[in-house]
Design a protein around this ligand. Structure first.
Ligand code: ACO
Length: 328
Protein backbone atom coordinates (compact mmCIF):
# COMPACT_ATOMS: atom_id res chain seq x y z
CA UNK A 1 0.00 0.00 0.00
CA UNK A 2 1.34 3.42 -0.90
CA UNK A 3 2.17 5.64 2.06
CA UNK A 4 2.79 8.94 0.28
CA UNK A 5 2.74 11.82 2.76
CA UNK A 6 4.55 15.16 3.26
CA UNK A 7 7.95 14.13 4.53
CA UNK A 8 11.41 15.46 5.21
CA UNK A 9 13.49 13.70 2.57
CA UNK A 10 16.92 15.26 3.18
CA UNK A 11 18.78 17.42 5.70
CA UNK A 12 21.92 19.58 5.61
CA UNK A 13 23.78 22.13 7.69
CA UNK A 14 26.71 24.51 7.72
CA UNK A 15 28.54 26.64 10.27
CA UNK A 16 31.32 29.12 9.49
CA UNK A 17 34.87 27.88 10.02
CA UNK A 18 35.83 30.43 12.67
CA UNK A 19 35.10 29.08 16.14
CA UNK A 20 35.37 31.46 19.11
CA UNK A 21 35.66 30.00 22.60
CA UNK A 22 34.39 31.57 25.80
CA UNK A 23 37.98 32.25 26.85
CA UNK A 24 38.60 34.13 23.60
CA UNK A 25 35.48 36.24 24.24
CA UNK A 26 36.57 36.85 27.83
CA UNK A 27 39.78 38.40 26.51
CA UNK A 28 37.66 41.13 24.88
CA UNK A 29 34.67 41.67 27.19
CA UNK A 30 34.03 41.48 30.92
CA UNK A 31 32.95 37.83 31.21
CA UNK A 32 34.40 34.38 31.87
CA UNK A 33 34.18 30.82 30.59
CA UNK A 34 32.90 29.82 34.03
CA UNK A 35 30.01 32.36 33.96
CA UNK A 36 28.97 31.61 30.39
CA UNK A 37 29.10 27.82 30.71
CA UNK A 38 27.41 27.66 34.11
CA UNK A 39 24.59 30.05 33.08
CA UNK A 40 24.01 28.79 29.51
CA UNK A 41 25.87 25.55 28.67
CA UNK A 42 27.76 27.36 25.89
CA UNK A 43 31.46 26.63 25.33
CA UNK A 44 32.02 28.14 21.89
CA UNK A 45 30.22 29.58 18.86
CA UNK A 46 30.96 29.85 15.13
CA UNK A 47 31.15 33.37 13.73
CA UNK A 48 30.86 34.41 10.08
CA UNK A 49 33.27 36.96 8.59
CA UNK A 50 32.22 40.40 7.33
CA UNK A 51 31.89 39.19 3.72
CA UNK A 52 29.47 36.38 4.60
CA UNK A 53 25.74 37.14 4.68
CA UNK A 54 22.85 35.01 5.92
CA UNK A 55 22.18 33.95 2.29
CA UNK A 56 25.75 32.60 2.00
CA UNK A 57 25.33 30.46 5.12
CA UNK A 58 22.03 29.15 3.71
CA UNK A 59 23.63 28.35 0.35
CA UNK A 60 26.48 26.48 2.07
CA UNK A 61 23.92 24.37 3.98
CA UNK A 62 21.93 23.69 0.79
CA UNK A 63 25.12 22.71 -1.06
CA UNK A 64 26.10 20.37 1.79
CA UNK A 65 22.68 18.70 1.50
CA UNK A 66 22.99 18.53 -2.28
CA UNK A 67 26.45 16.92 -2.12
CA UNK A 68 25.65 14.44 0.64
CA UNK A 69 22.32 13.33 -0.82
CA UNK A 70 23.26 13.71 -4.46
CA UNK A 71 20.25 15.90 -5.26
CA UNK A 72 20.61 18.87 -7.61
CA UNK A 73 19.42 22.17 -6.14
CA UNK A 74 17.71 23.17 -9.40
CA UNK A 75 15.11 20.47 -8.66
CA UNK A 76 13.49 22.59 -5.92
CA UNK A 77 10.40 24.55 -6.85
CA UNK A 78 9.87 26.44 -3.59
CA UNK A 79 12.27 27.97 -1.08
CA UNK A 80 11.26 29.14 2.40
CA UNK A 81 13.87 30.90 4.50
CA UNK A 82 13.28 31.32 8.23
CA UNK A 83 15.52 34.09 9.50
CA UNK A 84 15.69 37.08 11.79
CA UNK A 85 18.81 38.35 10.03
CA UNK A 86 17.79 39.06 6.44
CA UNK A 87 20.54 40.11 4.03
CA UNK A 88 18.65 43.36 3.42
CA UNK A 89 16.09 45.16 5.62
CA UNK A 90 12.80 43.90 4.19
CA UNK A 91 13.50 43.33 0.52
CA UNK A 92 14.70 41.63 -1.48
CA UNK A 93 13.89 38.64 0.71
CA UNK A 94 16.85 36.45 1.62
CA UNK A 95 15.11 33.63 -0.26
CA UNK A 96 15.15 35.72 -3.47
CA UNK A 97 18.83 36.55 -2.92
CA UNK A 98 19.59 32.84 -2.58
CA UNK A 99 17.59 32.05 -5.71
CA UNK A 100 19.60 34.62 -7.68
CA UNK A 101 22.98 33.54 -6.29
CA UNK A 102 22.23 29.90 -7.13
CA UNK A 103 20.85 30.81 -10.56
CA UNK A 104 17.62 28.92 -9.92
CA UNK A 105 14.74 29.18 -12.41
CA UNK A 106 11.47 30.88 -11.36
CA UNK A 107 10.31 29.28 -8.11
CA UNK A 108 8.26 30.36 -5.09
CA UNK A 109 10.78 32.06 -2.78
CA UNK A 110 9.98 33.90 0.43
CA UNK A 111 11.15 34.55 4.00
CA UNK A 112 9.18 34.03 7.14
CA UNK A 113 9.66 36.05 10.27
CA UNK A 114 8.98 34.02 13.40
CA UNK A 115 12.24 34.50 15.30
CA UNK A 116 13.89 31.39 16.64
CA UNK A 117 10.65 29.43 16.04
CA UNK A 118 10.98 30.14 12.31
CA UNK A 119 12.07 26.69 11.16
CA UNK A 120 9.17 25.06 13.03
CA UNK A 121 6.72 27.44 11.33
CA UNK A 122 8.40 26.94 7.93
CA UNK A 123 8.20 23.16 8.16
CA UNK A 124 4.43 23.31 8.62
CA UNK A 125 4.09 25.77 5.71
CA UNK A 126 6.19 23.43 3.54
CA UNK A 127 4.01 20.50 4.56
CA UNK A 128 0.92 22.41 3.39
CA UNK A 129 2.57 23.39 0.08
CA UNK A 130 3.62 19.78 -0.54
CA UNK A 131 0.18 18.42 0.39
CA UNK A 132 -1.48 20.89 -2.01
CA UNK A 133 0.59 19.21 -4.77
CA UNK A 134 1.28 22.69 -6.19
CA UNK A 135 4.94 22.32 -5.25
CA UNK A 136 6.94 19.13 -5.53
CA UNK A 137 10.17 19.74 -3.67
CA UNK A 138 10.28 22.52 -1.07
CA UNK A 139 13.55 23.62 0.48
CA UNK A 140 13.17 24.91 4.05
CA UNK A 141 16.15 26.78 5.47
CA UNK A 142 16.84 28.24 8.91
CA UNK A 143 19.78 30.59 8.45
CA UNK A 144 21.17 33.27 10.76
CA UNK A 145 24.07 35.67 10.98
CA UNK A 146 23.07 36.63 14.49
CA UNK A 147 26.46 38.08 15.32
CA UNK A 148 25.62 40.92 12.90
CA UNK A 149 22.73 42.09 15.10
CA UNK A 150 24.51 41.42 18.39
CA UNK A 151 25.48 44.35 20.60
CA UNK A 152 29.11 43.44 21.37
CA UNK A 153 29.17 45.94 24.24
CA UNK A 154 26.33 44.16 26.08
CA UNK A 155 27.71 41.17 27.96
CA UNK A 156 24.18 40.10 28.91
CA UNK A 157 23.46 39.13 25.30
CA UNK A 158 26.63 39.01 23.18
CA UNK A 159 27.91 35.77 24.74
CA UNK A 160 24.73 33.91 23.77
CA UNK A 161 24.69 33.90 19.98
CA UNK A 162 26.38 32.21 17.00
CA UNK A 163 26.01 31.93 13.22
CA UNK A 164 24.95 28.97 11.07
CA UNK A 165 22.32 27.41 8.84
CA UNK A 166 20.38 24.18 8.56
CA UNK A 167 18.00 22.99 5.84
CA UNK A 168 15.55 20.30 4.88
CA UNK A 169 13.75 19.21 1.71
CA UNK A 170 10.04 18.53 2.12
CA UNK A 171 8.07 16.58 -0.48
CA UNK A 172 5.26 14.07 -0.96
CA UNK A 173 7.02 10.76 -0.66
CA UNK A 174 6.68 7.25 0.70
CA UNK A 175 10.21 7.41 2.10
CA UNK A 176 11.62 9.97 4.52
CA UNK A 177 10.42 11.37 7.81
CA UNK A 178 6.76 12.23 8.18
CA UNK A 179 5.71 15.68 9.42
CA UNK A 180 2.81 14.38 11.49
CA UNK A 181 1.59 17.51 13.28
CA UNK A 182 2.67 21.00 14.31
CA UNK A 183 1.77 23.50 17.01
CA UNK A 184 2.36 27.17 16.08
CA UNK A 185 1.66 29.94 18.58
CA UNK A 186 2.61 33.48 19.53
CA UNK A 187 2.13 35.93 22.39
CA UNK A 188 2.66 39.35 20.84
CA UNK A 189 2.15 41.05 24.19
CA UNK A 190 5.64 39.82 25.17
CA UNK A 191 7.30 41.36 22.09
CA UNK A 192 9.37 43.88 24.04
CA UNK A 193 11.18 41.14 25.97
CA UNK A 194 13.20 40.28 22.88
CA UNK A 195 13.48 42.82 20.09
CA UNK A 196 15.49 45.17 17.96
CA UNK A 197 13.77 48.34 19.18
CA UNK A 198 14.34 50.66 16.19
CA UNK A 199 15.20 50.74 12.51
CA UNK A 200 11.77 49.66 11.25
CA UNK A 201 8.73 51.72 10.26
CA UNK A 202 7.38 52.16 13.80
CA UNK A 203 8.50 55.45 15.29
CA UNK A 204 10.52 55.03 18.46
CA UNK A 205 12.58 57.85 19.96
CA UNK A 206 16.09 56.32 19.93
CA UNK A 207 17.23 58.64 22.72
CA UNK A 208 14.87 56.83 25.11
CA UNK A 209 16.63 53.50 24.60
CA UNK A 210 19.61 52.30 26.60
CA UNK A 211 22.40 50.65 24.65
CA UNK A 212 22.43 50.23 20.87
CA UNK A 213 18.78 50.57 19.72
CA UNK A 214 19.46 48.77 16.42
CA UNK A 215 20.79 45.59 17.99
CA UNK A 216 19.19 42.76 20.00
CA UNK A 217 17.70 43.81 23.35
CA UNK A 218 16.55 41.10 25.71
CA UNK A 219 15.04 40.76 29.15
CA UNK A 220 16.83 37.47 29.86
CA UNK A 221 14.86 36.49 32.95
CA UNK A 222 11.46 37.14 31.31
CA UNK A 223 12.44 35.15 28.20
CA UNK A 224 13.79 32.35 30.40
CA UNK A 225 10.52 31.99 32.32
CA UNK A 226 8.45 32.20 29.12
CA UNK A 227 10.68 29.60 27.43
CA UNK A 228 10.36 26.98 30.18
CA UNK A 229 6.58 27.48 30.33
CA UNK A 230 5.96 27.20 26.58
CA UNK A 231 8.39 24.34 25.99
CA UNK A 232 6.28 22.33 28.43
CA UNK A 233 2.93 23.45 26.99
CA UNK A 234 3.95 22.73 23.37
CA UNK A 235 5.17 19.22 24.19
CA UNK A 236 2.00 18.50 26.19
CA UNK A 237 -0.24 19.86 23.42
CA UNK A 238 1.48 17.76 20.75
CA UNK A 239 1.36 14.48 22.67
CA UNK A 240 -2.23 14.91 23.87
CA UNK A 241 -3.45 15.88 20.40
CA UNK A 242 -1.76 12.83 18.89
CA UNK A 243 -3.04 10.37 21.47
CA UNK A 244 0.35 9.49 22.92
CA UNK A 245 2.45 10.36 25.96
CA UNK A 246 5.96 11.74 26.40
CA UNK A 247 7.08 8.12 27.02
CA UNK A 248 6.23 7.40 23.36
CA UNK A 249 8.61 10.11 22.12
CA UNK A 250 12.16 8.94 21.41
CA UNK A 251 13.82 12.32 20.95
CA UNK A 252 13.08 15.93 21.84
CA UNK A 253 15.00 18.41 19.68
CA UNK A 254 14.74 21.78 21.40
CA UNK A 255 15.78 25.22 20.22
CA UNK A 256 19.27 25.65 21.64
CA UNK A 257 19.02 28.88 23.63
CA UNK A 258 20.18 27.79 27.07
CA UNK A 259 20.83 24.28 28.42
CA UNK A 260 19.30 25.36 31.76
CA UNK A 261 16.00 26.16 30.01
CA UNK A 262 16.03 22.68 28.46
CA UNK A 263 16.87 21.01 31.77
CA UNK A 264 14.16 22.96 33.61
CA UNK A 265 11.51 21.96 31.04
CA UNK A 266 12.62 18.30 31.14
CA UNK A 267 12.41 18.30 34.93
CA UNK A 268 8.96 19.92 34.97
CA UNK A 269 7.69 17.38 32.43
CA UNK A 270 9.43 14.49 34.24
CA UNK A 271 11.24 13.48 31.03
CA UNK A 272 14.75 12.04 31.15
CA UNK A 273 17.12 14.83 30.01
CA UNK A 274 18.99 12.21 27.95
CA UNK A 275 16.06 12.29 25.50
CA UNK A 276 16.77 15.98 24.72
CA UNK A 277 19.42 16.54 22.08
CA UNK A 278 21.77 19.31 23.18
CA UNK A 279 24.62 20.78 21.12
CA UNK A 280 24.53 24.38 22.40
CA UNK A 281 28.03 23.88 23.84
CA UNK A 282 29.49 23.99 20.30
CA UNK A 283 27.25 26.46 18.47
CA UNK A 284 25.57 28.73 21.07
CA UNK A 285 22.15 30.08 20.06
CA UNK A 286 21.79 30.14 16.26
CA UNK A 287 18.09 31.12 16.36
CA UNK A 288 16.07 29.64 13.47
CA UNK A 289 19.08 27.54 12.45
CA UNK A 290 19.46 25.66 15.72
CA UNK A 291 16.80 22.97 15.18
CA UNK A 292 17.74 22.05 11.57
CA UNK A 293 21.44 22.03 12.53
CA UNK A 294 20.59 19.65 15.38
CA UNK A 295 18.42 17.40 13.17
CA UNK A 296 21.10 17.22 10.46
CA UNK A 297 23.75 16.41 13.07
CA UNK A 298 21.59 13.71 14.67
CA UNK A 299 20.88 12.16 11.27
CA UNK A 300 24.57 12.17 10.43
CA UNK A 301 25.40 10.46 13.74
CA UNK A 302 22.66 7.88 12.98
CA UNK A 303 20.90 8.76 16.25
CA UNK A 304 17.52 8.90 14.52
CA UNK A 305 16.13 5.47 13.64
CA UNK A 306 13.20 4.54 11.38
CA UNK A 307 9.92 4.48 13.30
CA UNK A 308 11.10 6.79 16.09
CA UNK A 309 8.95 9.71 17.14
CA UNK A 310 10.68 13.07 17.40
CA UNK A 311 9.37 16.37 18.78
CA UNK A 312 11.01 19.67 17.85
CA UNK A 313 10.19 22.52 20.21
CA UNK A 314 11.19 26.16 20.08
CA UNK A 315 10.51 29.73 21.17
CA UNK A 316 11.78 33.14 20.26
CA UNK A 317 11.17 36.74 19.30
CA UNK A 318 7.52 37.61 18.82
CA UNK A 319 7.18 36.05 21.25
CA UNK A 320 6.60 32.96 19.13
CA UNK A 321 6.67 29.30 20.08
CA UNK A 322 5.78 25.93 18.67
CA UNK A 323 6.81 22.41 17.81
CA UNK A 324 6.60 19.66 15.20
CA UNK A 325 5.86 15.99 15.75
CA UNK A 326 7.93 13.97 13.28
CA UNK A 327 7.95 10.24 12.61
CA UNK A 328 11.39 9.12 11.48
N1 ACO B 1 29.45 37.44 32.09
C1 ACO B 1 29.52 37.68 33.41
N2 ACO B 1 28.48 38.14 34.12
C2 ACO B 1 27.33 38.39 33.46
C3 ACO B 1 27.20 38.16 32.09
C4 ACO B 1 28.32 37.68 31.39
N3 ACO B 1 28.29 37.42 30.08
N4 ACO B 1 25.94 38.48 31.71
C5 ACO B 1 25.30 38.88 32.81
N5 ACO B 1 26.14 38.83 33.87
C6 ACO B 1 25.86 39.16 35.26
C7 ACO B 1 24.73 40.15 35.38
O1 ACO B 1 25.25 41.46 35.24
C8 ACO B 1 24.24 39.88 36.79
O2 ACO B 1 25.11 40.54 37.70
P1 ACO B 1 24.49 41.32 38.97
O3 ACO B 1 23.80 40.27 39.78
O4 ACO B 1 25.72 41.89 39.60
O5 ACO B 1 23.57 42.33 38.38
C9 ACO B 1 24.48 38.37 36.97
O6 ACO B 1 25.40 38.00 35.95
C10 ACO B 1 23.24 37.52 36.89
O7 ACO B 1 22.44 37.91 35.82
P2 ACO B 1 21.06 37.21 35.50
O8 ACO B 1 20.39 37.98 34.42
O9 ACO B 1 20.30 36.99 36.76
O10 ACO B 1 21.54 35.78 34.98
P3 ACO B 1 20.65 34.57 34.60
O11 ACO B 1 20.97 33.44 35.46
O12 ACO B 1 19.20 34.94 34.42
O13 ACO B 1 21.20 34.23 33.14
C11 ACO B 1 20.64 34.50 30.83
C12 ACO B 1 21.09 35.18 32.11
C13 ACO B 1 21.69 33.48 30.42
C14 ACO B 1 20.53 35.55 29.72
C15 ACO B 1 19.29 33.81 31.07
O14 ACO B 1 18.38 34.70 31.67
C16 ACO B 1 18.69 33.28 29.82
O15 ACO B 1 19.21 32.37 29.20
N6 ACO B 1 17.51 33.79 29.41
C17 ACO B 1 16.84 33.33 28.22
C18 ACO B 1 17.58 33.85 27.06
C19 ACO B 1 17.09 33.26 25.78
O16 ACO B 1 16.68 32.15 25.71
N7 ACO B 1 17.18 34.07 24.75
C20 ACO B 1 16.99 33.71 23.45
C21 ACO B 1 15.61 33.36 23.08
S1 ACO B 1 15.24 33.87 21.50
C22 ACO B 1 16.51 33.64 20.57
O17 ACO B 1 17.00 32.53 20.60
C23 ACO B 1 17.06 34.76 19.68
Amino acid sequence: MSDIKPRITALGSHVPATCVTNDELAAKIDTSDEWIFSHTGIKSRHIADDETATSDLAIAALKALSKEQNIELDTIDALIVATATQDYPGFPSTACVIQAKLGLPPIAAFDISAGCTGFIYALEIAKALAASKTYRRIAVVGSEKLTAITDWTDRNTCVLFGDGAGCAFVEMSDTGHEIVDSVLHSEGTGASYLSIPTGGTAYVDESTIEGNPRKIHMDGRAVYNFAVRVMCSVIEELVVRNGCSTDDIDWFVPHQANSRIIAAAAKRLKIDLEKFYINIDQYANTSAASIPIALAEMAQKALLKPGQRVITVGFGAGLTYGGNLLKW
